[in-house]
Design a binder for this molecule. Structure first.
Ligand SMILES: Nc1nc2c(ncn2[C@@H]2O[C@H](COP(=O)(O)OP(=O)(O)OP(=O)(O)O)[C@@H](O)[C@H]2O)c(=O)[nH]1
Length: 529
């Protein structure tokens, strides 16, 4: 019901938090359904900023997943009331007792706190609503004060402009009211308010404690930014209390984004801005390339997030884009030499490496650093060896292992982000027949050796296609690239060379003939790696 986006329906996953208001026995409950995948964790943290309670859902046949633990701690730190719910008890593989043990061992939930339901058959679902009413405190809301609300999500509508989803903390709001935004400092006449049921339904008034949507002719997407405070135009700005900042999540992978046709740049720019309104966890920096023209370097929370962003641009905005190979951010500590630092690196001692075309000269570099992550996996006992094997292959350092019940282990590893950014989860799932779950968080930086794999087309480097990666990963990656290029490039037209730098000596592979019938449009359409 709540997965409305085409990409969600196609992939069967939630990528966007959705709100639904429902009435039950005289109470108004506002629910937010959040995604489960680690790439969309920003949706969870943002939703927690406006919730008074959470339902911690665990499937009876799968048990606690790695992301359940991450989400538990997010809610715990905010001191939000939690209701543990064990779902899918209708399945033959359901083991309610085992899940109860896990919930006790990991989070100290007692068995009598846990609800046992089947969302499919509807069994005991009613009890969830009762539990929300009994256990979750009502929102603190003062209806008699002047209007004040927080924008916790927003979306661009092709017909009505920016639509803000708000939590009304104080007062009330109706059509015709005059309001102001605190950070943007603009004033608006309210054109429409309503609630999500889960589709937008107009209503006459939103009152303190409610969440709903607001249309007020916000013309640019910046005006409906998440975290903005709205208040009654009659209130003196100096007396307005703003909401605590909704902390952003740092991107983990970056990729170049360019229009297929350079003439589409302006349209794509608008589409990117509008989509970012609904997905504020991406970071956007303008970028330009000799081969691909004007575009952006975009930061995502993972490769799935990147793929979903690309799919949404094409499905919701009809945009054709080139997304280059994703890469993590590396850093270089520049040698302690004032004149080199000044001349070449804007005086910086440490530079960020996000773009192969701006790879520092190796002789200027004291050391390279790569980002590390703490990975948490939950796996069946008998698969420990397999999982540990995979992690050591990925240059990992083993951390603690603990059992969460008699059949499952929680395994911690410290791994380079570059190793897990692309296909680690797929490999883990394959090796464990889908039984392992995985979650990670940033864990500092570590010295590394970096290699630039340069891709030359007809003898010229196309830096957007070139890649920077740890030397340990270079040979494997180069081999995959060779295979891919063999499939994708018409050899009579292009000669492609992949060159390893000094740290990947001798790696040079040429393919195709050298005929100079270069067609930029073709390049753009063809190179989507
Ligand atoms: N047998 C059974 N299947 C269920 C039950 N609840 C959900 N499912 C199935 O489990 C699958 C996943 O359901 P979703 O609701 O998409 O799961 P989710 O946890 O929201 O996943 P994300 O959308 O990625 O966050 C679907 O195929 C559902 O039909 C249940 O109580 N019993």
């Amino acid at each position: 019901m709540l997965d409305k986006l085409q990409v969600e329906r196609e992939r069967g996953i939630t990528v966007k938090a959705q709100t639904a208001a429902l009435r039950h026995k005289g109470y108004l409950l506002n629910l937010i359904d959040t995604p489960g995948h680690v790439d969309f964790s920003a949706e969870v943290s943002r939703s927690l900023a406006v919730c008074d309670g959470i339902l911690l859902l665990v499937a009876a046949n799968q048990g606690v997943q790695a992301q359940t633990i991450a989400n538990f701690w997010l809610a715990f730190e905010k001191n939000i009331q939690m209701i543990p719910v064990i779902n899918k008890i209708d399945l033959p593989g359901a083991d309610v007792k085992a899940v109860e043990t896990q919930l006790k061992n990991l989070f100290e939930f007692n068995a009598d706190e846990c609800l046992h339901i089947s969302a499919k058959s509807g069994l005991n679902v009613e009890k969830i609503l009762e539990a929300i009413i009994e256990r979750v405190p009502p929102p603190s809301a003062e209806v008699d004060r002047p209007f004040r609300a927080l924008i916790f999500d927003s979306q661009f509508d092709h017909f009505r402009g920016a639509i803000a989803y708000i939590l009304v903390k104080e007062g009330s709001l109706k059509k015709g009211d005059k309001i102001r935004s605190f950070n943007n400092d603009k004033s608006y006449d309210v054109a429409e308010v309503g609630v999500m049921r889960p589709d937008m339904v107009k209503c006459t008034e939103l009152r303190a404690g409610q969440v709903g949507y607001l249309v007020c002719n916000m013309r640019t997407v910046q005006e409906a930014k998440v975290g903005e405070t709205l208040y009654s135009a009659a209130t003196d700005k100096d007396t307005v209390q703003t909401f605590a900042e909704i902390k952003g999540v740092q991107p983990t992978v970056y990729a170049g984004l360019f229009p297929v046709e350079t003439s589409d740049y302006e349209n794509l720019k608008q589409a990117v801005e509008r989509l970012c309104l609904n997905d504020p966890s991406v970071t956007v920096t303008p970028d330009s390339s000799k081969a691909l023209g004007l575009g952006w370097r975009i930061g995502f929370l993972g490769v799935l997030h990147m793929e979903v962003f690309g799919a949404r641009l094409s499905q919701e905005y009809d945009a054709s884009v080139i997304l280059c190979q994703p890469s993590v951010e590396f850093r270089a500590l520049i040698k302690d030499n004032e004149s080199i630092r000044k001349r070449r690196y804007e005086g910086l001692a440490e530079v960020r490496i996000l773009d192969p075309s701006r790879f520092p000269d190796e002789s200027d570099v004291e050391k390279f650093l790569e980002p590390m992550v703490k990975v948490r996996m939950i796996v069946p006992n008998e698969m420990m060896g397999t999982v540990n094997g995979l992690c050591s292959e990925c240059r990992g350092e083993r951390g603690e292992i603990s059992s969460i019940d008699s059949t499952r282990l929680m395994i911690l590893w410290r791994l380079p982000l570059a190793e897990i950014a692309v296909d680690f989860f797929e490999r883990l799932k394959k090796l464990t027949s889908g039984y392992a779950s995985f979650d990670y968080e940033p864990d500092g930086w570590q010295e590394t050796k970096l290699v630039k794999l340069a891709i030359l087309i007809n003898g010229k480097e196309v830096s957007e296609f070139s890649q920077i990666l740890p030397a340990a990963m270079a040979r494997e990656r180069a081999k995959t690239l060779v295979q891919r290029l063999k499939r994708e490039i018409p050899r009579q037209q292009f000669e492609v060379t992949i060159k390893g730098g000094s740290r990947c000596p001798g790696f040079e592979k040429k393919m195709g003939g050298a005929e100079q019938t270069r067609s930029a449009g073709f390049f753009r359409a063809k190179f989507r790696f």
